[in-house]
Design a protein around this ligand. Structure first.
Ligand code: HEM
Length: 501
């Protein structure tokens, strides 16, 4: 066949352009449906990919909300997206319409970490029986963990003591606390999953931590993820596929080693030592049941997700808590005063103390509100047509839940952009719950690790403040209260001094 001449080439190019435009229009037709949420005009092919700042989605959405209102639409290449903002719209979407809004968008990248029809983990699983079975299993294992043996609270308390020893080893000199905090938090999940406490300098543990932190970066390269998932064909290119999610794949390899080591000590006739034993029991029970999601591939995914969802989130929150204590020494003093009155110095803090410590409880809540560490939540998807605030959102639309817009809602909070524990106290100094406190999201997909995270935050925070006073190192500038925008918002790097009390 001869080469195309100039004219023929031109005609082919025009035909191709018209074809692509028609395909593009087809994907965008729902924008013209009555009551579809308003939004910025998408450009052919890319949609609004170039109009939002993926490194700081919360700020882009803050500006778009002022322009388009509480429910607005975006287009990521050909993927329709609706962003929900503010307490009223969020409750309506996640709670009132929960049966329509609790699905997850399918991600082409999932296949790369072992996703299959009966192995979909929890976070990424579509809303349905596969998700429900694993969610129930995780919630009940977390609740019943350690029955008859060491309780989760005991594990956390012992880990808090190791954390305090780590802080003490700096002997009052300046250091960055995040490394120790992440080790303590990671160890709590390791206890839950592998019934194992790692020494802080164990090489396997250090590898585990670095995979998890780098895995966060995999997720943070949100733009790349969105583009790859909006244009899944890209993943058919072998060198692109090989470069995606490197840290999560390294985690899977390391987890296989830890699992093999763990499983060699498993005795099905003994009570389960940890989540893996409980899972393996379910695998045995489910033999012959083709509907069951209890299989070894799914076990690997569930473990990855518990570490990935529980480690960085809780350590970053703790890191914010200490930063806010060195910046607000008056608040730190009041927390220590409450610790001294309720617990004293003679024993370790317990969860039962929380009810008698309204100020400390309010401070921890305010840390979570102010730090706002998962500003855009985890994407949802509509599983059928639904309505939010009078707008029609068709089935299959990705929903971004702008949690930041609720935690910093100017119509709800007295001082939305300031650290103010008074948000959670009444005039008598009693703790008050606030409906707009939603760092764990809401509805059926609400964070399943919330009780564990709350326990860690309370016990780590009170143990640390019972033993140390924290301050900005002498001669160093006051650290910033601004976070580093990303999928998970870290505080700007800072150092502190921990001086024994
Ligand atoms: C301060 C700590 C934490 C924060 C702020 C946090 C926040 C969140 C958020 C915002 C979601 C998304 C909810 C949605 O889709 O609407 C989520 C989901 C999830 N979190 Fe957490 N989380 C924390 C700690 C943990 C811990 C400690 C674990 C477990 C060890 C955990 C496990 C999960 C899981 C498995 C999901 C997926 C739930 C589902 O899809 O059904 N999280 N978390």
């Amino acid at each position: 066949m001869g080469l195309l001449t100039g004219d023929a080439l031109y005609s082919v190019a025009v035909a191709l352009a018209i074809f692509l435009l028609l395909v593009d229009l087809m994907h965008r037709r729902q924008r013209w449906a009555a009551r579809y949420p308003p939004g910025p005009v998408p450009v052919p092919g890319l949609g609004n990919l170039l109009q939002v700042d993926f490194k700081n989605m919360a700020y882009s959405c803050y500006k778009l909300r002022h322009q388009f209102g509480d429910v607005f639409s975006l287009q990521f290449a050909w993927t329709p997206v609706v962003v929900v903002n503010g307490l009223a719209a969020m409750r309506e979407a996640l709670v009132n319409d929960k049966e329509d809004t609790s699905d997850r968008p399918p991600l082409a990248t999932n296949e790369l970490i072992g996703f299959g029809p009966k192995a979909q983990g929890v976070i990424r699983a579509p809303y349905g029986p596969v998700w429900r079975e694993q969610r129930r299993f995780c919630v009940s294992t977390l609740r019943n963990f350690g029955l008859g043996k060491k309780s989760l609270e005991q594990w956390v308390t012992e880990e808090a003591a190791c954390l305090c020893d780590g802080f003490a080893s700096h002997a009052g000199r300046p250091f960055r606390p995040y490394g120790l905090l992440s080790k303590a938090v990671c160890n709590v999940i390791a206890c839950l999953v592998y019934a194992r406490h790692f020494e802080y300098d164990d090489p396997s543990f250090i590898r585990l931590l670095s995979c998890l932190e780098a895995g966060m970066m995999d997720d943070s390269v949100f733009l790349v993820q969105v583009q790859l998932n909006s244009i899944p064909l890209l993943l058919r290119i072998p060198w692109v596929a090989a470069k995606v999610l490197p840290a999560q794949r390294s985690f899977m390899a390391l987890n296989n080693e830890l699992l093999a080591e763990h499983n060699s000590g498993w005795d099905p006739d003994q009570p389960p030592r940890d989540l893996i034993d409980a899972f393996l029991m379910e695998v045995l029970k489910a033999k012959g049941n083709s509907e069951s999601t209890f299989n070894e591939e799914n076990l690997r995914l569930v473990i990855l997700e518990l570490f990935a969802a529980g480690m960085v989130t809780t350590s970053v929150t703790m890191s914010w808590a200490l930063l806010l204590m060195i910046l607000h020494s008056d608040v730190q003093c009041r927390v220590q005063q409450e610790i001294d009155e309720v617990i004293g110095q003679g024993r370790r803090p317990e969860m039962a103390d929380q009810a008698r410590m309204p100020f400390t409880n309010a401070v921890i809540h305010e840390v979570q509100r102010f730090a706002d560490i998962v500003p855009m939540g985890v994407p949802h998807m509509t599983s059928r047509d639904t309505e939010v605030q009078g707008f029609l959102i068709p089935k299959g639309t990705t929903l971004l839940t702008n949690l930041s817009s609720v935690l910093k809602d100017e119509t709800v909070w007295e001082k939305p952009f300031h650290f103010h524990p008074g948000h959670f106290l009444d005039t008598e100094g009693r703790f008050v719950k606030r409906e707009a406190f939603m760092p764990f999201s809401a509805g059926p997909r609400i964070c399943l690790g919330e009780p564990l995270a709350r326990m860690e935050l309370f016990l780590f925070f009170t143990c640390l403040l019972q033993r140390f006073s924290f301050s900005v190192p002498e001669g160093q500038p006051r650290p910033s209260e601004r976070g580093v925008p990303a999928f998970i918002v870290f505080p700007s790097p800072y150092q502190l001094c921990a001086v024994p009390r």
